[in-house]
Design a protein around this ligand. Structure first.
Ligand code: FMN
Length: 223
């Protein structure tokens, strides 16, 4: 596929056929994805390839609280799990929210699940002393995560970055035997999508660009 077509059509696939994703295909995907950058080229990524049905179920079953909170906040007009806008919801309101299956079941149903972690012992976290949530550390792992999804799309497969279960990382650590210095960055169900979406809803360039300063004009095709 043309690279721009891959970029424009790599959607979040959550419904998969029963077709397996052979190890040869995963190898090919990782062999392309590994050219992603990381801070100082430290390459701290580790990927656990999970096929065992019971293990996938266990991982999916870690996500319900986070998923309920996500859904409840969304319904309340909030930005879910946001660090700036705090939630107005009570714990009981969250508890009473039905588990949104879309946020848990793809992990249990996908033929293969990738648990992607990064070795914090090699990550440069340039924003660690700022009084806001850290974002820079993620930049040493998410380029690889996204490359995996782009390569999977190119091979006719699909998946989704999921993060719900990471809110309970200690449980993930326990069931998968992940050491304490590895941060889990994404849990990615992968498979052959039942339906390939090709039209993604994204903002126009003019909506997120600023020329010279925050207050500057947006970049357009003409200026
Ligand atoms: C950092 C990040 C975390 C995400 N976490 C989840 C998740 O936990 N569960 C899920 O189903 N989708 C998750 N997504 C997928 C987004 O919901 C999805 O990319 C977005 O809605 C756009 O969907 P589309 O690509 O199909 O248009 C996540 C995406 C990102 C980038």
């Amino acid at each position: 596929m043309d690279i721009y077509e891959v970029m424009r059509t790599t959607f979040s696939a959550r419904n998969f056929t029963d077709e397996s994703v052979p190890n040869e295909v995963l190898y090919k995907i990782f062999d392309q994805a590994r050219f992603a950058p990381s801070g100082g080229n430290r390459q701290g990524a580790h990927i656990i390839v999970v096929r065992d049905i019971d293990m996938k179920r266990k991982i999916a079953d870690i996500a319900p609280y986070a998923a309920k909170r996500y859904k409840a906040q969304q319904k309340n007009g909030e930005n879910p799990w946001n660090t700036i806008q705090k939630s107005e919801l009570s714990e009981s309101e969250i508890e009473e929210t039905p588990v949104p299956k879309m946020l848990t079941e793809p992990i249990a149903q996908a033929p293969v699940v990738l648990v992607v972690g990064v070795d914090l012992r090699v990550v440069a976290s340039m924003d660690q002393y700022l009084s806001r949530v850290g974002v820079v550390s993620g930049a040493s792992i998410y380029p690889l995560v996204w490359n995996i999804l782009l390569a999977a799309r190119n091979e006719g497969y699909g998946g989704t970055i999921t993060t719900m279960a990471i809110s309970e990382e200690p449980s993930l650590r326990e069931i998968l035997g992940i050491p304490s210095y590895i941060a889990v960055a994404a849990i990615i169900p992968i498979g052959r999508p039942k339906k390939m979406l090709t039209k993604l809803r994204r903002q126009e360039v003019e909506k997120f660009t600023h020329l010279e300063k925050w207050s500057g004009l947006p970049l357009t095709e003409k200026n």
